[in-house]
Design a protein around this ligand. Sequence first.
Ligand code: XMP
Length: 519
Amino acid sequence: MEAKRETQEDIRMSQLPRIAIIELGSQYTLLIERTLREQGFRSVVLEPRRAKAWLEKNSPQAVILSGGGASVYDKDVPQPPLEVLDPSCGHALLGICYGMQWIAHTLGGRVEPISDNREYGDGSITVITEDWLFDGMPPHQKVWMSHGDSVTQVPEGFETLAFTETGAIAAIRKGLVWGLQFHPEVTHTTYGAEMLIRFLKAAGCEPDWEPSALVDDIRNKTLDACGIRRAVFGFSGGVDSTTLAAILAPALKQKLLAITIDGGHLRKNELTEIEKHAHAAGVLWKIVDARAEFVAALAGTVDAEEKRRRFKKVYQDIFAREARVFGAEIVLQGTLAPDRIESGATGGALIKSHHNVGLDMGEIEQLHPIDHLFKYEIRALGRELGLPESVWNRQPFPGPGLFLRIIGTPITIEKLDLVRWADACVREILVRHGVYDSLSQVVVAYVDAHTVGVKGDARAYGGAIVVRAIETVDFMTARGVWLPQAIVYDISRTLVAHPSVVRVWFDPTDKPPATTEME
Ligand code: XMP
């Protein structure tokens, strides 16, 4: 039994990307990831502190160190794990801008500030040494640069491949380690995408992003695993579960039942939307009204992980029960790679235990057919399958829903109603201002930090609503969004009308250090 589990885990890990991008504080990191995907390569973006565990577990073929605003001489700067420099690990390494300076500095080269000649924006390089990375490209090329430090002496054994127009070292190499002072991921670098692909080829990477092949693969593997057995499926109506339902429904047909649990944690009108999505996916669908069970289990809880534990317990018990009713021996979940990563299931730290990872379902087998994919990939599959835009463009909403949006105070039905109302108001305002679709996710939470206000002519003493909007591609990192003043004004004015709300706070903190949800 143990051996079988390990084999399944091995298969899952082998489906994860073989290219790691270590994020060292650059605003262009996601552009690297997107450029690679556009060329057919999947990659995973890692924070430095999580990179070590990931590298050990996944042995990637290629590692890319992003740029970043830091100087190698500053204190507390982003540090990739030293293992990235270990040739025995067998991966190729590319350092971009700060990433290149970090390589040079760590291996004994010299990095110095270039205060007189800070290069920012459009520039050019001259390639002086023939190299695989620049093969077939003109020696003079346009590049995009943004740096205050520069490598002035390459480490032992490294060769200088190119200089910038101001004479700074623009590209270096030793074996399978390259450094580029400019940003190949930015379109202003004329041959940048080509250089990235040549680097991946040197690393031995093969394209692995082909949507229709992925759909077939997920469908066939799940069909094989299920055989003649029936399966139930956790259906939240979001992009992950709707897309997975649309992939599996044509194969499993009446043997597959999608189940939506209403635990009192859903948003306004959410059940109607979920029903529409179940219909679009063509899957057999059932709602289980478990509001009383969930509210009883979670009432009075304050601690974030305790809420998740209790939610998970009730969730898995209901699923096991529904599986028996349907005669199912399998539970399918639309878990994605980040859910497993953040739950510590891939070797990194536990950030949050997601409710659908590591369920204890006794003899019922659990399958997670898309847990090697990232959010942007599942969106692309949803689009490929012809699902409506309301599915593939839908903002995520966490499994435990509004339970995670009541902060620092025991959960009650009244607070759930308050945060449900506030969430609906905020979404309506963002839609009216035409910005909702441009945001990756909006989080609206109630915080029971009682503060004094004045309403009418009387003293008011109540809680606050926090509004948080983020932009991200993969939800592993995110930029906090500063909403325009007119929207901030509209939201604040609307929400303080509620008798329990005295203030509205806006939270544009990036992830890291914050996470998307407040819990
Ligand atoms: P964080 O807060 O970790 O969230 O930055 C990343 C994405 O995951 C969603 N999220 C969850 N989804 N169960 C889920 O199904 C959970 O327990 C959970 N916690 C966070 C979050 O809304 C965001 O989209």
